[in-house]
Design a protein around this ligand. Structure first.
Ligand code: IVH
Length: 707
């Protein structure tokens, strides 16, 4: 918006001029919302956005007839997801681990052989197929009829996009013949072809709408339309490549299962191949990479999967990825551009992160204007060990730099062109004070990151923690996204998570009068906040934003301690970082000393603990975690393996026990329920006997867990 336009007072406009203004501002705000939700960089500043919204509000107040039913002033943010129902996946939707070169692929094969105790030359076949760059969808059929379709969401719960999925030609509404299992969930990728994408964008531009950045965003934006008649006009396609719940096995191998899906009417990618060894996988990768530009749709790698489904079942999964599959990614795309400026951002845990502000450049079809610079060593041309990277070349403001991005990852800088370095350039001086609060920023020995010591008093850390707190895997409060919580922080209304729950009492009346808010939206927000006073334990732990305690760790802690009180008791008793409680934390497989120390420290820093306690006082119920697979005879039990196992490797035994809901510990204590002792078991079996703990041999264990 130009200054001149802004200054024409609303009162001086006639209705026709006001109508034109309303149209212009509506389009501007919509575009800004789109940019915010679809791209990595918003196009206008927050201040410009707010000014536009304020002016539109005013216009609507002065010319009420011009207020559109769908005016952006009536919306909180623009997240369309609020309009979709949610579907809990019967079987979790996983993502894939990545391989970046041939050695990673060989390591993947070696890892599987080692897990299954297969000799290096034992036959082990894989499928190889393109990795489609779209968004994953699961479609449930019961008795051959499409019941619902959902996006991946967080892997456990996705968005109900059934009506939209029905408009996709490649997705059958009924499964013809091929006697489909009674329950069948078909999974695959929704995508848009290049030609269709170009046509859609041309139409968007002709209408004055913002074009999509790439086919994947176009596919995602189209599938997640609240109005399915809009989706129906979008040329979406679907490749099937996997399945979720099935009431009867589809086949004995991945390849045969895909063939069955094809018989049922699904589209299977015709570059899917069966390979007897890694060399074949790599040869097929090379072929797909050669043909990539001519396929007519975006792919970003090749997916390899163990062909034998019985082996897939034995391999199972890690927390979010299967052990039996990997995505071999194509090398990142790169471009050269000028680094205008280095900004320092302060994160949730106080880390100072340098960000390169770039002259916008297109990398792999997406306009990039920011890149991460990791930390001060990286800028100086050193890695974590002090060894030179980029042959020791440092990165300076004003430099020409080579930017790359691989998949979804934030753009990074690979190289610097010294021949184009300005004569007056100076090495970048990394700040020793927090740019947000002025507190000292220090580096702990062995840590590559400089951190602000301001803690909860640092406004940047406050905001980042609040953003984290309301994020999807954390409290996920409907209508309270990053944007809203930032705005409340700016107003001084919310500084810590507990403040969110007291917002109504303190500023309820004012909120309704705030720009972009009204009586109804304010009431809705408070209802959504109240609904979250009951929160599952794992979400609460994750939401605290403790360093090193991510989603997987939060889940582990929740499952192990079940209740908040139990967790707190252990953390409190573990304060000296020694003793029984400390050992109990470390005995959890997946919790190491760094994480345990971070947890214990966070709970014992005065300010932090006060903030946690204040939050918990606002909650009405912390929902205890349930151990997975409750029906299993070992769910919730703590087991210890010792000695040699003969029918499976230790890794497989452990993974299987965990999948059945057991905790696997490394040492025997009073808390141990079962010790599985193979030949050669020594002191652990002896200790178990002394403590009167049940000791099983491998066969008895397998009989107990049903294999
Ligand atoms: S298999 C349990 N196969 O890539 C394995 N995924 O980075 C489920 N994707 O979430 C995925 N093409 O959305 C598989 N041929 C393919 C794929 C594919 C694309 C996507 C999928 C997944 C993501 C992981």
């Amino acid at each position: 918006m130009s200054k001149a336009e802004q200054e024409v007072s609303v009162g001086a406009l006639d209705e026709a001029q006001a109508a034109a203004e309303v149209a212009r501002l509506t389009a501007l705000i919509r575009r800004a919302n789109d940019a915010y939700y679809r791209e990595d960089a918003p196009e206008i500043s927050d201040a410009q956005y707010d000014a536009a919204k304020r002016r539109l509000n005013l216009l609507e107040a002065v010319f009420p007839r011009l207020k559109r039913a769908d005016s952006p002033t009536g919306q909180v943010g623009a997240a369309p997801r609020e309009g979709f129902g949610r579907i809990r996946h019967a079987v979790r939707m996983l993502s894939l681990a990545n391989a970046f070169d041939a050695e990673d692929v060989r390591e993947f094969d070696r890892g599987i052989r080692s897990f299954l105790a297969l000799a290096a030359d034992a036959p082990l076949a894989y499928t190889a197929e393109p990795k489609i760059d779209g968004l994953s969808l699961t479609i449930r059929y019961e008795n051959g009829v499409l019941i619902h379709a959902a996006t991946r969401g967080d892997g456990e719960v996705g968005e109900d996009v059934t009506a939209n999925a029905r408009t996709i030609g490649d997705i059958p509404h009924r499964i013809a013949g091929a006697d489909a299992p009674e329950i069948l969930e078909v999974r695959g990728e929704v995508y848009m072809g290049h030609a269709d994408f170009a046509a859609l964008n041309a139409a968007q531009k002709a209408r004055g709408d913002k074009p999509f950045a790439n086919p994947r965003n176009a596919a995602a934006g189209s599938l997640r339309q609240l109005d399915p008649t809009v989706t129906a006009t979008r040329p979406l396609r679907f490749f099937a490549y996997a399945w979720g719940e099935v009431s009867a096995p589809l086949a004995a191998t991945q390849m045969e299962a895909l063939e069955r899906l094809a018989q049922m009417g699904f589209v299977i990618n015709d570059l899917t191949r069966l390979c007897a060894d890694v060399d074949c996988l790599l040869a097929h990768y090379a072929r797909i990479e050669r043909e990539r530009a001519t396929l007519g749709y975006d792919i970003d790698g090749v997916v390899y999967k163990v062909n034998d489904l019985a082996l897939q079942a034995r391999l199972g999964m890690r927390s979010t990825t299967p052990r039996w599959a990997i995505a071999h990614k194509f090398p990142a795309e790169t471009a050269w551009t000028r680094l205008e400026r280095i900004d320092i951002q302060v994160g949730r845990t106080g880390a100072l992160s340098p960000v390169a502000r770039l002259s916008p450049v297109t990398v792999g079809g997406v306009v990039v204007s920011n890149a991460t610079l990791h930390n001060e060593d990286y800028i100086a041309g050193r890695d974590a060990t002090g060894a030179p990277i980029r042959e020791g070349r440092d990165i300076r403001e004003g430099d020409w730099v080579q930017v790359y991005r691989a998949g979804d990852v934030i753009p990074k800088i690979r190289d610097v062109d010294l021949s184009r370095r300005p004569a007056d350039s100076r090495p970048f001086e990394f700040p020793k004070q927090c740019p947000e609060c002025g507190a000292d920023a220090v580096r702990e020995p062995g840590d590559s990151v400089r951190r602000c010591t301001g803690g909860l008093a640092c406004p940047a850390q406050q905001v980042e923690r609040l953003r984290h707190f309301v994020s999807r895997p954390a409290f996920d409060i409907e209508g309270l996204g990053a944007k809203q919580v930032e705005a409340f922080h700016r107003l001084g209304w919310v500084q810590s998570p507990a403040d969110i729950f007291t917002l109504k009492a303190r500023h309820g009346a004012e909120l309704a009068g705030l720009d972009g808010w009204g009586e109804i939206s304010a009431q809705k927000l408070f209802a959504a906040i109240d609904a979250r006073r009951r929160i599952p334990l794992a979400r609460l732990i994750f939401a605290l934003g403790i360093r090193h305690v991510g989603e997987a760790a939060a889940n582990l802690l929740a499952r192990n301690f079940r209740s908040w009180e139990a967790l707190l008791a252990v953390i409190d008793a573990a304060a000296p970082q020694a003793g029984e409680a400390w050992e109990a934390l470390l005995a959890i497989d997946g919790i190491g000393t760094v994480m345990a120390a971070s947890l214990v420290t966070a709970f014992h820093q005065q300010g932090e603990r006060a903030a946690i306690d204040a939050l918990v006082r606002e909650l009405t119920e912390i929902i205890p975690a349930e151990p997975p697979a409750r029906q299993s005879p070992v769910a919730g039990k703590t087991v210890v393996f010792t000695g040699k196992l003969e029918r499976m490797t230790r890794a497989e035994a452990k993974a299987r026990a965990e999948a059945l809901g057991a905790k696997v510990a490394g040492s025997v204590s009073k808390k141990t329920d079962i010790v599985i002792a193979g030949p050669g078991a020594g002191s652990k079996a002896k200790k178990a006997a002394e403590l009167g703990i049940e000791v099983l041999d491998e066969a008895a264990w397998l009989a107990l867990v049903g294999s």
